[in-house]
Design a protein. Structure first.
Length: 375
């Protein structure tokens, strides 16, 4: 894939060559060392923030002519010059013969802090464009993708395998009506579990979309709708869900995907119900001030061990796998909730003490409803 990155650098270099109008002069190079920007054309300054890679423009005689802020912060450019010897060497080679090149190097902060892929392409006769990408980010993404596929395969394999075995058992005992009825019920349970996994995978995909339609909506009706959607689960576990609102004045509103917000709160309530003892109460508390809206989901269930709190929002992670098998949980609910809360510009936090219960807190910026119709 190195040639692809090199070609991309060459194409970008050609584009920059037609876009950039540099003002040459030693005072321009000096300013690059202090502000991270020199006398580059306006087009370059507008282009740099749109790139995933860090961008530096180097002139043969005057050093760095342009460096975006990320390159300065990463220590690639210091005092108007390339500060990383490996990058400087590649840039000098390109300036000498005009051939685009790529290199994989450790960041100047050490190998433990990541790896960079550097691509350098010529701009005209005496300049070159240096693109620096975080190669470690791609590796981490591939690792996450492999883990996700493995987890999905494992989660789907369990109910599918159970359905297969149950169906074979029914086939081998067609005359035993009692056994047929029992195993048919088990097939229904496993098929519902399978449906739940597929539904949550679809919902997870929706939660990660960036083009989701947003609107300004009232929080309290959305929370009450979420609570109503958990009634069947709550009744099955003999758990009460109580919604209370503590707002001094005005109906608090937020901006975001309303359906996603409802799903997020529903998932938090269902999680609280599933990990609460029979006969207990889950409280959903709504409060607001001038700046933000808070929704707290409080339970008095089994709680979360301190060493596992940081992992509860990971996909497929479950504090108590045995309880999840009992309730049909997939380990995706909290991850979906976190993403929908973030889509509303907010944050999701958790407090928990093992054996005492948990509190999940949604903090979302309050929307200005002046001149807008809230739903």
């Amino acid at each position: 894939m190195e040639w692809v990155f090199a070609v991309a650098a060459g194409v970008l270099a050609c584009a920059l060559c037609s876009l950039v109008a540099y003002r040459r002069g030693r005072h321009g190079a000096a300013r690059a060392g202090t502000s991270g920007r020199a006398h580059a054309g306006d087009d370059t300054q507008r282009l740099a923030p749109l790139l995933d890679e860090m961008l530096v423009i180097v002139e043969a005689r005057q050093g760095v002519a342009f460096a975006d802020e990320r390159a300065v912060q990463a220590g690639i450019v210091e005092h108007g010059a390339l500060a990383v010897p490996q990058i400087r060497d590649v840039a000098n080679l390109v300036l000498a013969d005009g051939q685009p090149r790529t290199r994989d190097i450790d960041s100047p902060h050490g190998a433990d802090h990541g790896h960079w892929r550097v691509a350098v392409g010529q701009l005209g006769t005496d300049r070159c464009a240096v693109l620096v990408a975080d190669a470690g980010a791609g590796e981490r993404w591939q690792s996450m993708a492999r883990d996700f596929v493995g987890n999905v395969s494992h989660e789907l394999k369990t109910p599918i395998g159970a359905i297969t075995l149950l169906a074979e058992t029914i086939r081998d005992a067609p005359d035993d009506s009692q056994s047929v009825s029992y195993f048919a019920d088990r097939i229904l349970v496993e098929s519902r579990r399978l449906t739940g996994i597929v539904h949550n995978l679809i919902e997870l995909g929706r939660s990660e979309r960036r083009d989701t339609e947003t609107s300004v909506f009232a929080v309290t009706p959305a929370v009450r709708e979420a609570a109503e959607r958990t009634q069947a689960v709550a009744q099955a576990r003999a758990v009460s869900v109580h919604v209370r609102e503590r707002v001094a004045s005005g109906a608090p509103c937020v901006r975001g995907p309303r359906a996603g917000f409802v799903t997020a709160v529903k998932n938090l309530i269902e999680n609280a119900v599933n990990y609460s003892p029979e006969g207990s109460t889950v409280v959903v508390d709504i409060s607001a001030d001038a700046g933000e809206v808070l929704v707290r989901v409080v339970d008095h269930g089994i709680g979360i061990p301190a060493d596992q709190i940081e992992r509860v929002f990971e996909r497929f992670y479950r504090v108590d796998p045995a309880r999840s098998r009992e309730t049909g949980g997939t380990g995706l609910g909290l991850s979906i909730a976190q993403r929908y809360v973030q889509a509303c510009g907010g944050a999701l936090r958790v407090w928990s003490h093992e054996g005492q219960g948990s509190t999940f807190t949604v903090r979302v910026p309050r929307a200005d409803t002046t001149g807008e119709d809230s739903q």
